[in-house]
Design a protein. Structure first.
Length: 149
């Protein structure tokens, strides 16, 4: 019984340490300035908007439907910052314009410079992808679709 308790305490310690490391990685990622990402977010928003929510990799093949909604949300979360700091990082803060989907809202704010938006949170899951996505947006656009196929 004592060995089981010691093992359980060690396992909980590892889980706690991993959670701390995950939050720390997100905090470090958010030191990247939006100015660094602005041009590539702008280009990505144009591509996502032109594809639309019903885009397919190969036309008429249902299995190749692209998840533009989630792609737009991920880039929207990457680009949206408020004064809340850590709260933004943990809750997946993003902009919404007139109840539109995250991809269209991103297009409105990043491309059309619409400043009539509300800030929402998408805290349903951990946004750990930001650790990779924010640095990538500094160097290139995120090309979601393959129109040439």
């Amino acid at each position: 019984m004592r060995e089981t308790l010691i093992l359980w305490i060690k396992e909980m310690g590892i889980v706690f340490l991993c959670a701390i490391m995950g939050v720390a990685a997100l905090v470090v990622t958010y030191f990247i300035s939006n100015d660094c990402m602005r041009e590539h977010v702008w280009e990505s928003a144009i591509i996502l908007h032109s594809e639309g929510l019903g885009a397919y990799l190969w036309q008429d093949v249902e299995e190749t439907k692209l998840d533009i909604y989630t792609d737009g949300l991920m880039i929207n979360v990457s680009y949206t910052e408020t004064e809340d700091g850590v709260r933004d990082i943990l809750l997946g803060t993003h902009v919404e314009v007139d109840g539109r989907n995250p991809m269209d809202s991103l297009y409105e704010v990043a491309v059309l410079a619409n400043d009539n938006y509300t800030v929402k949170n998408y805290g349903r899951y951990w946004h750990g992808y930001q650790v990779l996505l924010r640095p990538l947006l500094c160097f290139s656009i995120i090309r979601i679709s393959c129109r040439s196929i």
